[in-house]
Design a protein around this ligand. Structure first.
Ligand SMILES: C[S@@+](CC[C@H](N)C(=O)[O-])C[C@H]1O[C@@H](n2cnc3c(N)ncnc32)[C@H](O)[C@@H]1O
Length: 177
C-alpha cells in the first residue's frame, strides 16, 4: 500500500485549511493532496526539486492555490503558520531532529497537525549522512517535550522501504499542536 493511502485518512474536512509540505521533493505526495486544501505551500531545499514541481504545476488546475518555494527549512523561517504540516522521509536527512521538530511546531497554527512519515530504526544501517531510522518511542517523547499534545503513531509494517538498501518499515505520526 502506498504512503499516500496511509496519509489520506488524516486529511479529512480540510477544504478550508492550509497545507505546508516540508521537503516536498518532486511533489509526489503534496500535489496529490493539494486539491483537498484551500491553499498549499510546497517547499524544498533543492532548486531542482522545486523546478520539477513548478513544471508539474504548469497548466494544472492546482496552479492557483499551490505555491512551490526553494527554502532550507533548517536555516530559514516562515512568517505564516498552517493547519497541517506534512513531512515525509525528510527527518532522516536532518542532523538536529529536535531543532527540526521545534521549527515544525512553530509552523503550525494552534490545534494544527503535524503528519510525519519516516523510517523506523534499523540498527543494521550505518551511515554518516543519514539517520538509521528512528525509535518511535524516543520520537514521541521528543514531540511531547517540544510542546505537541496528542500524538498518534502507527508502524506501517506493510510498508517496508529501502533504507541504505535495507528494507525497513515506515511509521506515521500525527501530532497536534
Ligand atoms: C527522500 S526526499 C522525500 C521527498 C518527498 N517528501 C517524498 O516523499 O516524495 C527528501 C527531500 O527533503 C529535502 N530536504 C532535505 N533537507 C531539507 C531542508 N533542510 N529543507 C528543505 N528540504 C530539505 C530534500 O531536498 C529532498 O527533496
Amino acid at each position: 500500500m502506498k504512503i499516500r493511502n496511509k496519509i489520506r485518512p488524516y486529511l479529512k474536512n480540510s477544504e478550508a485549511m492550509t497545507l505546508l509540505e516540508v521537503g516536498c521533493g518532486t511533489g509526489l505526495i503534496g500535489l496529490e493532496f493539494a486539491s483537498l486544501f484551500q491553499r498549499t505551500l510546497l517547499l524544498d531545499g533543492s532548486s531542482d526539486m522545486i523546478a520539477c514541481v513548478q513544471e508539474k504545476l504548469k497548466d494544472s488546475a492546482l496552479a492557483g492555490n499551490v505555491e512551490a518555494l526553494v527554502l532550507d527549512f533548517e536555516q530559514e523561517r516562515l512568517s505564516e503558520t498552517f493547519d497541517v504540516v506534512l513531512v515525509v522521509q525528510v527527518l532522516l536527512h536532518i542532523q538536529d531532529s529536535r531543532e527540526m521538530l521545534a521549527r515544525l511546531y512553530d509552523s503550525l497554527k494552534p490545534g494544527g497537525r503535524l503528519i510525519l512519515v519516516d523510517y523506523t530504526r534499523n540498527n543494521a544501517v550505518k551511515s554518516a549522512l543519514i539517520h538509521p531510522g528512528f525509535d518511535v518511542g524516543v520520537l514521541l517523547d521528543e514531540l511531547k517535550n517540544t510542546g505537541f499534545s496528542a500524538s498518534e503513531c502507527v508502524v506501517l509494517s506493510d510498508l517496508r522501504e529501502p533504507l541504505m538498501g535495507l528494507p525497513t518499515p515506515l511509521f506515521l505520526i500525527c501530532a497536534e499542536r
